[in-house]
Design a protein around this ligand. Structure first.
Ligand code: GLU
Length: 304
């Protein structure tokens, strides 16, 4: 089986220590599977508002400075919107996507009326107001009919296994609700774009940061609804800031310095440590990467 992995950065800023960990891990996972396996880079610029001009190119240069060059031409989500349109059409035809006319205020009011105070990471669980029609409101966003799909497919909780975190479960309808596929302000939502792209690019193995693990159940539901394969998932440890919190701009997620070969090697070394790889005495990025491939095989057991 041809194994395909990918690194899918959002060009909201240059690479930082956390994103290099995901890039390095996904690269090692592919290289550890043998010479046929392919490593792709996808620039996830679907959220046009958060993306900064020129950042995709800068990320690709930083990756190259670290010896991480993709096996195919990188793709950009903003150049692939036809694919997302077609996926939404298929979901609509299957009655698994519906237009939603709710503003944030409408959602808050509906939640308050039903006595639900639950918000997940600050995101409200959608109460399903427009599930059976727009009630005269204009359509703003498109939502996935998670509750309907889940009811049809059987047991409520979706179970999946992460290669590092082990067994996971989430009841998407209950814990997240009918999530957004296309946002009211226009852009395609991450969940839809990532599922369509992984399927279109034949990705068999997703390796990314642990902060994204929580999205996986939603993505697997969408894969099932679209009838595309589910890849394997491995979520890598997060880089912690000096305060022990997830790295953010506030606590030290400064752009990586990859200006000289020794800067790039130092950045790679720190990323390798987060992944449990031992420091090498390598004098170049290429040497360090080559030394880590067998270590990765031992640690994460990727199948050829
Ligand atoms: N574009 C997402 C991010 O940079 C990653 C998506 C993924 O790897 O699934 O956070």
């Amino acid at each position: 089986m041809l194994r395909i992995g990918r690194f899918a950065p959002s060009p909201t800023g240059p690479l930082h220590a956390g994103s290099l960990v995901a890039a390095l891990a996904s690269w090692l996972d592919v290289r550890a599977r043998g010479p046929q396996a392919r490593w792709l880079v996808r620039i996830e610029d679907a959220d046009t508002e958060r993306c900064l001009p020129g950042m995709g190119e800068e990320i690709l240069e930083q990756l190259a400075a670290c010896g991480l060059t993709p096996d195919d031409t990188p793709v950009w989500q903003t150049r692939r919107t036809g694919l997302y349109d077609r996926a939404l059409d298929r979901l609509r035809t299957a009655q698994l996507a519906y237009p939603c006319g709710c503003s944030r205020k409408d959602i808050d009011e509906a939640l308050a009326r039903s006595g639900i105070v639950h918000a997940r990471h600050g995101e409200r669980v959608y109460p399903g107001t427009c599930r059976d029609g727009l009630h005269g409101k204009p359509a703003r966003a498109w939502r996935f009919a998670a509750a309907r799909f889940q009811a049809d497919r059987g047991p409520a909780a979706l179970h999946w296994t992460d290669r590092r975190l082990g067994s996971q479960a989430q009841d998407v309808a209950q814990e997240v609700g009918d999530f957004v596929l296309k946002r009211a302000d226009g852009p395609w939502a991450y969940q839809l774009a990532v599922v369509v792209d992984d399927a279109d690019q034949g990705v068999t193995d997703v390796v990314r940061g642990e902060d994204l693990a929580d999205n996986t159940a939603r993505q697997i539901l969408l894969q099932q609804a679209l009838g595309v394969p589910t890849p394997s998932y491995l979520h890598t440890p997060l880089v912690r800031g000096a305060d022990g919190d997830k790295l953010s701009k506030q606590n030290g997620a400064t752009p990586l310095n990859t200006a000289t070969p020794s800067d790039a090697l130092a950045a790679l070394d720190s990323a390798g440590q987060v992944l449990g790889l031992t420091a090498t005495s390598a004098s170049s990025a290429a040497e360090a990467l080559a030394a880590w491939v067998p270590q990765w095989r031992e640690l994460y057991n990727p199948r050829p």
